[in-house]
Ligand binder design. Sequence first.
Ligand SMILES: Nc1ncnc2c1ncn2[C@@H]1O[C@H](COP(=O)(O)OP(=O)(O)OP(=O)(O)O)[C@@H](O)[C@H]1O
Ligand SMILES: [Mg+2]
Length: 492
Amino acid sequence: MKNDFTSNGLFWKIVITLTGLLVVVGFAYVFITVNLSEKYAQERNQRLNASIAEHIISEVKPYVEGELDTTATDEIMHHMMAINPSVEVYILDEAGNILNYVAPYKKVKLKKVKLGPVREFISTKGQEYVVGDDPRNPGKQKVFSAAPIIDRDKTIAYIYVVLASEEYESASEYVLNSYFLKLGGRAMLITLISSLIIGSLAIWLIMKNLNRIIATVKSFQNGEMSARIEVGEGGGINDLAIAFNEMADTIVGNIENLKSMENLRRELVGNVSHDLRTPLAVIHGYIETLMIKRTSLSEEDREKYLKIILESTEKLKKLVEELFELSKLEAKQVTPKKEPFFIQELINDLIQKFEILASEKNIKLKTSTLPNKALVNADVSLIERVLQNLIDNALKFTPHYGEISIDIDNTDQFVEIKVSDNGPGIPKEQIPFIFDRYHIGDKRISLDNNNTGLGLAIVKKILEIHNVTIKLSSKLNNGTTFSFQLPQYENA
Ligand SMILES: Nc1ncnc2c1ncn2[C@@H]1O[C@H](COP(=O)(O)OP(=O)(O)OP(=O)(O)O)[C@@H](O)[C@H]1O
Ligand SMILES: [Mg+2]
């Protein structure tokens, strides 16, 4: 498959968006830098020249006996201007009115300066950034230096020095702006190009991996169920690859389950029709005979035929019930409802139930006499079914005057349950098949023909859904023991 993600436009769309974003951010950056640097320059100017007004006062006494001495002030102020042409010097009265000034070209438009910023400047000793009125540019604010003129402990006037004169400012503004513009522009250009290269590279890498994922998803969609994304080299989108693989596994697992359930259903239908055919044919045959020979049949024969029919219907009933039970278990439609119960109590109940059957064969059915208070955690009715089937087998296959015992043994986490008899045992070669459905073992011991061979298959399945395995030890002519372990209920 060719790498066509650059041709499908998405890659370029992302790159163009990224470029646009970077240009906007770049311009914002330059704008902010120039603005901040201008403010920085002004603040710096103010701090450096904060004491200029103080200095002028220390050089000259502008007031002589309460009167403004203009010749003295003019001289010193001209002097100042000569040294530092970037300043404009004003003398303000206590209301802020401009009394005297030295400024290039005398273009002073304001008659009065707001005193608020002047007082703030004086109280903070010029350590804070304060801007005040620019007498030559009404409405414009400038950095300044100021000092009070004190006569007999009273402020009678102020000296107000605007720090950057108009000419100086426009020149410095130009130098400043062009300098920072160049600096900002260059930084922006470098940032833009490098971000673009890195960004595009990252997008290219992600898209490349994404493309690989898309290719795999497409082949999965086209029926290639084994298609999986290689995890590990997926860069930042490994999680996506893992999630897809897990999803694909789940889908495949579900399909397999459906397939096996379908197979099971077919097998079941086949088995049922086969197993039902025999007893049905028997019933059918005997009923037909009864009808044909209605008058000629002896009472004894009629009785015999009806008994055969009854037995066959019983067998049918049992077969249908057990098949239904097993197929439900095999289709995983049964989930054990686990709850704590006393296993010894269940065994005692079962012994009572089977006692009559046992006494018919003079079989001794016993359990340990010691009371056992073990609590197990399992589905009580399913475990009852297991024990019923095991006891039923033991009773069926153990000859008269035999002995059957059901014992329990506690270990740390488990309770072991054993059902043993001293019957004929199971031949070695039969053991591997004993739990298969329809497996009816040793014909010599299958006394009645009411066997379906489903009993142990059901037992095995029930224990399987409890995650428990059943063990079997048997010696020919020496008895059989079935045993399994159930988890003890832990009182948390
Ligand atoms: N306690 C036992 N002693 C000797 N053989 C046994 C014993 N339990 C089971 N078997 C052998 O295992 C076979 C399978 O047992 P299973 O319970 O599955 O079927 P079944 O008892 O023959 O029929 P069903 O239980 O459906 O009536 C039996 O037919 C029998 O040959
Ligand atoms: Mg059985």
